[in-house]
Design a protein around this ligand. Sequence first.
Ligand SMILES: [Zn+2]
Ligand SMILES: [Zn+2]
Length: 392
Amino acid sequence: MWIITNFVTLTIPVTYTDLRFELFLSDCTSCHALFHHSVLLSVRGSMQAILMPEPGRAVVTTVPDPLPRPGEALLRVRRVGLCGSDLNSFRGLNPLVSYPRIPGHEIAATVLSLPETLPAELRALAVGMDVTLSPYSSCGHCSACLAQRPNACQHNQTLGVQRDGALAERIAVPVDRLFPATLGDPPLTLEELVLVEPLTVGFHAVARARVQPSETVLILGSGGVGLGAVAAAATRGATVLAVDLSEARLTTARLAGAAHTLRFDPATLADSVRALTDGHGPSVVIEAVGTPETFCTAVDLVAFAGRVVYIGYAKQPVAYETRLFVQKELDIRGSRNALPEDFRAVIQMLSARRFPVHAAIGSIVPFAKVPETFIRWKDDPGAFTKIVIALD
Ligand SMILES: [Zn+2]
Ligand SMILES: [Zn+2]
């Protein structure tokens, strides 16, 4: 039994709608250790969120308001984009996710409160500004972090995957993850801000491929991620060939800068690509689908002395004709998440109005309809392009 012999202090910091009572208790009679207990009373504010209690179910529920910790900003969530990884979380096919989980990692939000000190590059940030954010975290001491590549952190925890995400009225995030709409000139709209994160993934892959203006780049897959790679390679002045199964996606890829679009047909694709590349094949192939077939197609189609960058996650093992690695002397690279410079590059591209924002967003869904949208999306994934949730 604990006997409290010394009631040291009671502090009551008030954060937003929350009251946190901290009791500092000391001197346990049995071990003489010091104790510190924090008691959160039920007066804490609450908010609505979308929770996945387990695979196959999403519900609108009430959760406690977030409490910003030191260095964190409190944000009002305005728009949240859904992508294939959210669908896989709902289906129970995302090996990285644990339940219960609030999904959401593609975010447009408005600043409600800021920490006292801001990083130098965010001095202009103010309450009321619209922002997007990087949903990744980095540990600072794994080999990727030490190599200045925190996007590939061994211990990364993405919002909505390993940590609760943004499908809630408010979130608290480290302020150094924010990118204000005003980094663009003119500033980005909410619909543009919510597209930044998915587009950065393709931008990072094009940076990993070191794409040059004179080159021809073939991109397998014109979904959200592939579309970012199309826009990034076109922004660099390269000639872009976009490949997909869907005519509608290819139309959007053309608007995003693809010079040529090709329906994915294994019987004819290689000939069509050769005809468009003087018989050489593209100097760069970026894979943004994640099937064993497209993983092999990338190596088959790329030119001799070319580069292949993989973004997709193949769910099954892939059998390769490995002599092509050697004969073509290929550079093969993986590409994961994105770096701050990729976020800034996407914001510049969007503010130059070079991207078909309205064609890329398939539907805007109100918050209350998210549970039924997940069910319809699971039942017929092909019927949906980018889903954006509006919270206001
Ligand atoms: Zn995503
Ligand atoms: Zn790390």
